[in-house]
Design a protein around this ligand. Structure first.
Ligand code: TYR
Length: 295
């Protein structure tokens, strides 16, 4: 139990996946929520969530699920978050908080600005945490410990009551070990495009490239993957629907970063072709220093 105390007597999580499940387990473990309801469109997910006792109530009925909630957390793939927000809007209690955990924020902030959400506190959010696993069994209470959660409060809603809702949601994330940062949503999407979306795209691409080779067997790829390939295969095993949605939703920022990356890759290619050892060494020295600044 954390010293924070009960923050939200009733919490509803839409989407019983890795993140939704982890939010529930973490919030329960630290005593910051009371009754927990899960809403999930998948019958299989609902059955499994019930079986493992992930929530007090499990339902497929969104309206019913959010009716009494003090906090609603949308933890579905990015492209469906706006639709879920629109669907729950007329049924939420005035003064309740609505948040999400999506990996992109601009399109979600747009949806959260809907006049239908004027009586609640919509606060887009993104915990920078995860694994390549998915589904109701994938969650664990410690997932957010020592990680960042970025909230992108709506600039046009910054009255006192809204600020208090943001402070409370920040306390919620902090209670189970996350550090919270507030950010403007477009800036968030640009930063995440380079630190998360582009790396995933590279992993998806390189694993595909290796699989397509005619004269290298799949067995060899797997066998020798400790030589750098292994981390790519882990990332490339991430949930396909989740990542499809991220690239559709964050098109502009990803294309901007991909353009820069492609130019830099061309420069590396030139250095290798001309045997420019100094350029290669200088580049690798710089990147090693960056890594050492991180860990
Ligand atoms: N799936 C990533 C990993 O396994 C983690 C992650 C992905 C975190 C997307 C945040 C996010 O938006 O390393």
């Amino acid at each position: 139990m954390s010293p924070t105390g009960l923050l939200y007597p009733k919490m509803t999580v839409v989407g019983a996946g890795l993140i939704g499940g982890s939010v529930i387990l973490a919030a329960r473990a630290h005593g910051v929520v009371g009754e927990v309801t899960i809403a999930d469109a998948s019958e299989a997910h609902r059955a499994r969530a019930l079986e493992i006792g992930l929530a007090d109530h499990v339902t497929g009925d969104l309206a019913q699920a959010v009716k009494e909630a003090d906090l609603v957390v949308i933890a579905t793939p990015v492209l469906s978050i706006g639709d879920v927000a629109a669907a729950v809007a007329p049924h939420m209690k005035p003064g309740a908080t609505l948040t999400d955990v999506g990996s992109t924020k601009a399109t979600i902030a747009e949806a959260f600005r809907s006049p239908a959400l004027a009586k609640v506190f919509p606060i887009p959010g993104h915990p920078i945490a995860g694994t390549e696993q998915s589904g109701p069994d994938a969650g664990f209470a410690e997932l957010f410990e020592g990680r960042w959660t970025i909230l992108t409060p709506l600039a046009d809603r910054e009255d006192e009551a809204y600020a208090a809702a943001v402070a409370k949601l920040s306390a919620f994330w902090r209670s189970f070990g996350a550090q919270v940062e507030l950010m403007e949503e477009k800036h968030h999407d640009l930063v995440l495009a380079v630190v998360s979306h582009l790396p995933h795209l590279i992993a998806y691409t390189i694993v595909g490239s290796a699989a397509d080779l005619e004269n290298v067997t799949e067995n060899e790829v797997i066998k020798y993957s400790a030589s750098g390939f292994r981390d790519f295969t882990r990332i490339a095993a991430s949930d396909p629907t989740m990542w499809r949605d991220i690239f559709v939703a964050n098109k502009d920022a990803v294309l901007e970063m991909l353009g820069r990356f492609t130019e830099d890759l061309q420069a590396m290619s030139r250095a290798i072709r001309w045997g420019d050892a100094d350029t290669l060494h200088a580049h690798f020295t710089r990147t090693r220093a960056i890594r050492r600044g991180i860990v």
